[in-house]
Design a binder for this molecule. Sequence first.
Ligand code: ZN
Length: 132
Amino acid sequence: MLLDIHTGSRVELVDITTQVEEHVRDSTIRNGLCVISTRHSTTSIVINENESGLCSDILNMLERLIPPSAGYDHDRMDNNADAHLKAVLLGSSETVPVIDGKLVLGTWQQIFFAELDGPRHRNVDVTVLGKD
Ligand code: ZN
């Protein structure tokens, strides 16, 4: 199943937990794994707390660690090396257990799509594997 995501900023965290939960519920899988993966090399999937201060802390951390236009080789042909490097740091997928038809997430855990070179139209694959 493919999620359509339209991002509104260059860098942004989009909470996709509800859409992923809906797909798990609509699948026939009761026990197994849910893999959430992005198809883009300048986006990531992250699990953490959806608290607005923390979300801006995460984005500010990325800007400090990997500032834009800091002399990267890739910027010579495509001016978005910082977005690729941030995506390398955060990773392109997450895997969450599914038990009794529900995602196993902690109380303060949400699934985020991380846009790192938006705004753009993006796709995220949600794949549920396991037994009915
Ligand atoms: Zn690029």
